[in-house]
Write a protein that binds this ligand. Structure first.
Ligand SMILES: Nc1ncnc2c1ncn2[C@@H]1O[C@H](COP(=O)(O)OP(=O)(O)O)[C@@H](O)[C@H]1O
Ligand SMILES: [Mg+2]
Length: 365
């Protein structure tokens, strides 16, 4: 189980949108995900279609007492979508913040991590949405997390406060007793403005490897998804909002690249080929293998049915050209070569497929 806290003391930088959208994309990839809503404003709960005023129990019941007196977290977890659960929040969590802050008990920052321990085997990912301050609730989140995502709005003041925040986190690491792997996520990017481009360049220059490759662009569909109470993966898989958050999900899954390498062996063992974009006519995938008798293309774009909707041309040198029409999106695919599945040797973007094996990834935006 990987647990990731999404934090930044600034409001409106995309924490909740990131939590809910990333959760939706990881769940769409077949991973079991739990969203933990630690913000008394309950925006993540609402964003998953649950009205916090309509439910009897929320995280307050789980966190207000120590382990002996508290409700088990399973009791309050709801399932808004397939593979996607939420431990909901409510306005009473602001009272919890005060209650815990007043307590001298040393265990008050360990409540969430203790509650989540019970779920270790149930989820692949736990995503924790933090409130816009660094109080006891955020502290509980960091204690329970191994990884932290800090969304940064790519505006004029993007960098303001980031240094301080990273400093705070590294101070907290000492008190938490464990290291956190921290990454920055540029959000709300508007490529039409010079400010945004400059802000992004500055973030990359200053924080280098700490910054995700993925940038989340401004996309009105993300706002609509929040209003309708569904993750973007449910609302619309053709919009930039989905493409960007899916590419973040895959970047997070790529973290396990060594395992992928092990499974398919070194790339040189395979024949070479490449993927090119061919505009109007469609996307052309080429796979060079004079030895192969039968090469087919399958992916989520054709329901993994080899060569469905695919046009094939075989060149004299054994180059198989596979053409398929694709709109913007993030796609996973493999070749089916003489009855065996293999990922694309010429495409370094690979991910462990939800049903085992290794898929190649193509992003069209
Ligand atoms: N990439 C985006 N494109 C368009 N609107 C966005 C995007 N990310 C967030 N928003 C909107 O901006 C507002 C603040 O985002 P939110 O995720 O709630 O931030 P936070 O949780 O940090 O306060 C919300 O109305 C949300 O719908
Ligand atoms: Mg929020």
């Amino acid at each position: 189980m990987r647990s990731i806290a999404v934090m930044n003391q600034k409001g409106g930088c995309g924490k909740t949108t990131t939590t809910v959208s990333l959760a939706g994309c990881l769940a769409a990839e077949g991973h079991r995900v739990l969203v933990v809503d630690m913000d008394p404003q309950a925006h993540a709960t609402l964003g998953l279609g649950i009205d916090p005023e309509e439910i009897d129990q929320n995280l307050y019941e789980v966190l207000s007492e120590d382990a002996d007196g508290a409700a088990p977290i399973e009791d309050i977890v709801l399932q808004p979508a397939e593979n996607l659960d939420v431990a909901p929040s409510g306005v009473i969590l602001s009272a919890l913040e005060q209650k815990l802050a007043a307590e001298a008990a040393s265990g008050r920052t360990e409540r969430l991590s203790a509650a989540l321990d019970r779920l270790e085997a149930d989820y692949a990912f736990v995503l924790i949405d933090c409130p816009p301050n660094v109080g006891v609730l955020t502290f509980n989140a960091l204690r329970a997390a191994q990884e932290v995502i800090i969304p940064l709005e790519t505006s004029y003041y993007a960098m303001h406060g980031v240094g301080k925040l990273l400093e705070t986190i590294s101070l907290l690491e000492d008190r938490l007793g464990h290291q956190l792997s921290v990454k920055l996520l540029p959000t709300l990017f508007d490529g039409r403005t010079r400010f945004a481009k400059r802000a992004l360049a500055e973030i990359r220059e200053t924080y280098k490897d700490l910054v995700f490759d993925t940038v989340i662009r401004q996309n009105v569909r993300l706002r609509e998804a929040a209003q309708r109470g569904v993750p973007i993966s449910t609302l619309d898989r053709r919009c930039y909002g989905f493409v960007d958050y899916m590419s973040l999900a895959l970047e997070i899954l790529f973290d396990r690249e060594e395992e992928v390498e092990e499974e398919i062996g070194p790339v040189e063992d395979l024949d070479s080929g490449d993927v090119a974009l061919a505009g109007e006519k469609g996307v052309v995938f080429t796979f060079k293998s004079p030895a192969a008798r039968d090469v087919r293309l399958a992916g989520d774009f054709n329901d993994w049915v080899p060569d469905k909707n695919v046009e094939t041309r075989l060149g004299p040198d054994g180059t198989w050209e596979k053409t398929i029409r694709l709109g913007p999106g993030v796609y996973q695919y493999r070749y089916f070569v003489d009855g065996e599945w293999r990922s694309d040797p010429s495409n370094p973007r690979r991910v462990a497929g939800p049903a085992g094996g290794v898929n190649s990834v193509l992003i069209i935006s």
